[in-house]
Design a protein around this ligand. Structure first.
Ligand SMILES: O=C[C@H](O)COP(=O)(O)O
Length: 256
């Protein structure tokens, strides 16, 4: 954790979730309550098909709703895409950009990810900018170089604490059940913090740094307790309300 920073526990549903899954969002919305909700923010990013209904379900809850991607332009002839403006129009407040699955499946570059983050800022959204190394890059000792390059190229110059969250997701830990050791997470996050402070000064000191990759109720307390880890970006375990809430509630003990 970073002192004086409000952690964010975020769920990324990826290409999962049908209308019936709205029950899970309802349960999460009911479970995210003060006093913990005053100290720890919770967010679910369902597929775009559920975005509008999900935000409508959360009008009386502190649970935030976001999207998983946006186009870099506000509108136009881009079949199948949605813009940051459209997400804001559906009352979404966050958007994930540069997830490794999009970098791989849609050949997204750091340059494009940066443009998407800028589009998010312009629409008044907070961008969760994802970075992280492959297994090969880690094996060959390039993890910190990759983090440095992606941070520098994907994060816009106009990034602020309010509008920017960085998610470190080692690609080899996503959906595998394998996580880095706490010491490895601490090293990566300390490195990111130093890079952000060098570039953004005080803003960089408070920017939230999430860890993502096989976060589960069983490892949440340990991972979320690491220095400079200001929350989690959760895939599989966010699909079940009970698991997501168990991870969220790991903060009850951490903040006690
Ligand atoms: O965006 C979430 C991450 O890709 C982590 O996914 P996972 O929790 O299923 O490993």
């Amino acid at each position: 954790m970073t002192p004086d920073v409000r952690p964010l526990v975020a769920g990324n549903w990826k290409m999962n979730g049908m209308r019936a899954s709205l029950d899970q969002i309802k349960t999460i919305a009911e479970g995210v309550r003060p006093p913990l909700a005053d100290k720890v923010e919770a967010l679910i990013c369902p597929p775009a098909t559920l975005l509008y209904v999900a935000t409508a379900l959360c009008t009386d809850s502190p649970l935030a709703i976001g999207a998983q991607d946006c186009h870099q332009n506000p509108s136009g002839a881009h079949t199948g895409d949605i813009s940051a403006e459209m997400i804001a129009d559906c009352f979404g407040t966050y958007v994930i950009v540069g997830h490794s699955e999009r970098r791989t499946d849609h050949a997204e570059t750091d340059h494009l990810v940066r443009a998407k983050a800028e589009a998010a800022f312009a629409a008044g959204l907070t961008a969760i900018i994802c970075i992280g190394e492959t297994a090969d890059e880690r094996r060959t000792g390039q993890a910190l170089d990759v983090i440095k390059r992606q941070l520098s190229a994907s994060v816009p110059d106009g990034a602020t604490v309010e509008r920017t969250v960085i998610a470190y997701e080692p690609i080899w830990a996503i959906g595998t059940g394998v996580t880095p050791t706490s010491a490895d997470v601490e090293k990566a996050h300390a490195f990111m913090r130093a890079e952000l402070v060098a570039r953004f000064g005080d803003e960089g000191r408070k920017m939230r740094l999430l860890y993502g990759g096989s976060v589960k109720p069983a490892n949440a307390h340990e991972l979320m307790g690491v220095a400079n880890v200001d929350g989690a970006l959760i895939g599989g375990a966010s699909l079940k309300a009970a698991d997501f809430l168990a991870i969220y509630r790991a903060y009850e003990a951490l903040l006690a």
